[in-house]
Design a binder for this molecule. Structure first.
Ligand code: PEP
Ligand code: MG
Length: 887
């Protein structure tokens, strides 16, 4: 009800700290005002009463001519909305009281400058006069005087300016600047109420999901002045270093100044420690107050204060913003100091902060990088793209995957630059330090694959013109980058640089990899703090975490990062690059023999891969998803092939096999491959395909069993929409298990593995009760479920209209990144409930990208899933967030 600012002022007052007297009008009054369009009955009388108290306490009345009480009128909602709403200072000054202020302050210039500021702020925020018009007149006054800054205007100049401002207000607002201080106050309060519905404030709330009907409180506080001479001043302070969390004296001070002067940067501030020399009494007092605040809030606080002629006043405090590193260190320190418990410490760090700490970064974007690099070759920012996969990568620009692989093999670091990537580029993406594309959004192929690999990626840098044939790209301003030139890409900010920007590796990743332990860390250091928060999260969480991994190496890393199994092994990822032709042969086979031969050649490859992964995950579940590619990913491009055939025909050397291929590609071509022949449909249409994969799994498991391993594969069927689809595949699977058991002589019970399904179509969610009759587990494929629930193409929307949607505040974050609770989330909750009702003990997990998203993990915890599965690199974030959701 008091808003953030008002509540903290009240807390400080109750703690006996020196807060200038004042009162707060609650958000309830604002809501009543906004509803009725006028002040609620009773507000006037209440303001009268509180103002009278304030005047009694201060020993003077608002705007009293010989010694005016002046007040500030500030907004302050329950959620911080920085700079979104209005503030008016110096209320109470008028033609009558300006001389009184001058006499009391012993400073005429100060009084007229204060009056000038009041008319300007009041004119702009209350009477809606264009602020530029005031600025123009101020500039004109300075020009006339030959003055460089506001400070060069003397009392006479300011008097003249006040007259000019008053004329401006009368002309523009159609009414005079009010001389009655109480009218000033009432109008300012009303303006603050109304600013809740300002355009900026509305847009900000829509994006941040702050409810529109909360309203703002209004804080009316006696003015104190830091600009009354050398024994006055103003400053900001932190109770700890917001960058590292170290306790100490941090902040800035500016003598003989007001808050606005600090912001405007007219004069340079001095470090807060200097205050000890300037005014020891106030300094000591401030340190005592800082200790009181830390003990009270049990957290880092930031503070705004003013010293008026040797008297210290607290103007504001709040729990302060901090860097990700400081968040972890402070949480651990506060536990050691006995101020908070471990649960509270865990609540105070976030998965987003941990994610930030896990990426290498460029030494400061602006300062350090520019300076240190200047010594060698200059580093220059040349483009801005979409920050698709965070991290910092430096390397030589290459334009095709073969070169990427070749150069990487000889030890060069490379950045793969493409217009957009496709599955053929995979080997190049693996070999590259980072990926840069000129097209596509956050769910483009490049982005998804890069995030999966934990590889830096900037995509959709549209200002770049990529020419893969000439092996170069151009950037605005005539910049040309040829193959071999060094570039740097920042996947956290989306910046692209020409040259080599210095990179700092992440100590936190070294820790998760096991290369560094908390014991090696300095006392109170970052790694020790992360270690402690992770340990508590692991102790507390109910959700298990699994990894999305397709190779034995990924599986091994996932284990180091805490995976309790694999939740999604995408088998189509085993057929990229070189092996694509095997699938192409299978899909295009037009006889049973041709198909059987193609399947025959795939079986050993699959078996070998599965055996490796089951070994890496020995003892833990491995969910193997049967083939689910949109078909076009495995076929030659229709346009390219058509051109090739047409050219060959024109030359007279057309080849029959190319024409046959073209006919087949035409036959299989789909307008909407994502809604086409993929997932379980492919398994039902191509006889033997899924049986071959299931056989490879069973044979690999048999091999592991004979070697004394503990394989726990699970077969997962993708894109099921109706239970009938699943039943066919389940029966097929059971036959294969039995056959392999008979062939190997192993106990059939040992070779019978769970068969489950993905829930990634709305119909599957809506018929979950039926599907659960045939499924031993569900895994929510929230990528496709988001795509099909919203009707958004996951490959296209981010590049086409998401920017406009974000700007319009339709959502603050892409639903492909953070689960849409209201829509997609309801389907998940419904399917979980009806699935479990039909089959108690049904396993429930999620393996879409949302499995590693902090906000979404919380939702999956609340919905009662058993596990989340995400890319190996995001596992620590999922563990931390699962722990936070549980405390
Ligand atoms: C999904 O749709 O959420 C999923 C995990 O499958 P894929 O991303 O491979 O379609
Ligand atoms: Mg899917």
């Amino acid at each position: 009800m008091l808003g953030g600012k008002g509540a903290n002022l009240a807390e400080m007052t109750n703690l006996g700290l020196p807060v200038p007297p004042g009162f707060t009008i609650t958000t309830e009054a604002c809501r009543a005002f906004l509803e009725a369009g006028r002040e609620p009955a009773g507000l006037r009388a209440e303001v009268d009463a509180h103002l009278a108290d304030l005047e009694r306490e201060m020993g003077r009345t608002l705007g009293q001519p010989d010694d005016p009480l002046l007040v500030s009128v500030r907004s302050g909602a329950a959620f911080s909305m920085p700079g979104m709403m209005d503030t008016v200072l110096n209320i109470g000054l008028s033609d009558a009281s300006v001389a009184g202020l001058a006499a009391q302050a012993g400073d005429e210039r100060f009084a007229w400058d204060s009056y000038r500021r009041l008319i300007q702020m009041f004119g702009k925020t209350v009477l809606h006069v264009d602020g530029e018009l005031f600025e123009e007149r101020l500039e004109a006054a300075k020009r006339a005087k030959g003055a460089a800054s506001d400070l060069d205007l003397d009392t006479a100049d300011l008097r003249t300016l006040v007259a000019v401002y008053k004329d401006l207000v009368a002309k523009e607002a159609g009414e005079d600047f009010p001389q009655d201080p109480r009218v000033q106050l009432d109008l300012a309060v009303r303006a603050v109420f109304s600013s809740w519905h300002g355009d900026r404030a509305r847009l900000y709330r829509r994006q941040e999901r702050i409810p529109d009907d909360l309203g703002t409180a209004v804080n009316i506080v006696a003015m104190v002045f830091g600009n009354l001479g050398p024994d006055s001043g103003t400053g900001v302070a932190f109770t700890r270093d917001p960058a590292t969390g170290k306790q100490g004296v941090y902040g800035d001070y500016l003598a003989n100044a007001q808050g606005e002067d600090v912001v405007a940067g007219i004069r340079n501030t001095v470090p807060l420690a200097e205050l000890e020399r300037l005014d020891k009494a106030s300094y000591d007092h401030l340190l005592r107050i800082m200790a009181t605040l830390e003990a009270h809030y049990r957290d880092l606080c930031d503070i705004e204060f003013t010293i008026e002629r040797g008297t210290l006043w607290m103007l504001q405090t709040r729990v302060g913003k901090r860097t990700a590193e400081a968040a972890f260190r402070i949480a651990a320190q506060l536990v050691d100091q006995g101020l908070i418990g471990e649960d509270e410490a865990l609540r105070r760090v976030t998965g987003a902060q941990l994610a930030q700490l896990m990426f290498p970064r460029f030494a400061d974007d602006t300062g350090e990088a520019a300076e240190s690099a200047a010594a060698e070759a200059p580093v220059r920012r040349i483009a801005q793209g979409i920050a698709a996969s965070p991290g910092a990568a430096v390397g030589r620009a290459v334009f095709d995957q073969e070169t990427a692989v070749r150069w990487a093999e000889r030890g060069d670091r490379v950045i793969l630059v493409r217009r957009e990537t496709n599955p053929d580029d995979l080997a190049g993406m693996v070999a590259a330090e980072g990926i840069l594309t000129s097209r596509g959004g956050k769910t483009s192929h490049a982005a998804v694959v890069a995030r999966g690999m934990g590889k830096t990626c900037v995509c959709g840098a549209e200002a770049l013109t990529v020419d893969p044939v000439q092996r170069r790209f151009t950037a605005p301003g005539g910049v040309e980058v040829a193959e071999g030139d060094l570039i740097s890409v920042d996947g956290t900010s989306g910046h692209v640089y020409l040259g080599e920007a210095p990179v700092v590796p992440s100590p936190v990743v070294d820790y998760f990899e096991g290369h560094r332990s908390a014991a090696d860390d300095e006392p109170d250091g970052l790694v020790g703090a992360v270690h402690r928060m992770m340990a508590h999260a692991d102790r507390s969480r109910r959700l298990l975490v699994r990894a999305n991994a397709d190779t034995a190496e990924d599986a091994a890393r996932a284990r180091r990062f805490g995976a309790q199994g694999i939740g999604l092994l995408r088998t189509e990822h085993m057929f990229l690059g070189e092996r694509r032709k095997y699938v192409e042969r299978l899909v295009l086979a037009d006889s049973d023999d041709g198909r059987a031969a193609a399947l025959e050649s795939l079986l050993p490859l699959q078996r070998r891969d599965f055996a490796g992964i089951l070994a890496a995950m020995d003892g833990l579940p491995v969910t193997i998803r049967l083939l689910d590619p949109p078909l076009h990913e495995f076929l030659p491009d229709l346009t390219e092939l058509s051109v090739r055939v047409a050219l060959a025909e024109a030359r007279g050397d057309d080849r029959a096999e190319d024409r046959t291929l073209l006919a087949a590609v035409r036959r299989l071509h789909e307008q909407n491959p994502m809604l086409g022949l993929r997932g379980v449909r492919l398994g039902l249409v191509i006889p033997g395909l899924f049986a071959m994969q299931i056989r490879a799994v069973a044979e690999a498991a048999a091999e592991r069993l004979r070697e004394g391993g503990m394989p726990h594969p699970e077969i997962m069927v993708p894109l099921v929409g109706g239970v009938q689809e699943l039943e066919i595949i389940r029966d097929e699977a059971q036959q294969v298990f039995a056959a392999v058991a008979a062939e190997t002589g192993l106990d059939a019970a040992l070779l019978s593995f769970p068969v489950g399904t993905m829930i990634e179509l709305p119909r599957a969610a809506l018929t979950a009760g039926q599907i659960a009759e045939a499924a031993e587990f569900f895994s929510f494929g929230t990528n496709d479920l988001t795509q099909t629930t919203w009707g958004f193409s996951r490959d296209d929307v981010e590049a086409s209209f998401f920017t406009a949607y974000l700007a319009a505040g339709i959502f603050g974050v892409s639903p492909f990144e953070t689960l849409d609770r209201d829509g997609v989330g309801r389907l998940v909750a419904l399917a979980a409930e009806e699935g479990r009702a039909a089959r108690p003990g049904l396993g429930l997990g999620v393996c879409g990208e949302h499995g590693g998203d902090p906000e979404s993990v919380r939702f999956f915890h609340e919905t009662g899933l058993d596990y989340v599965s995400c890319s190996p690199f995001r596992l620590p974030v999922a563990r931390l967030e699962a722990g936070r959701a549980a405390v």
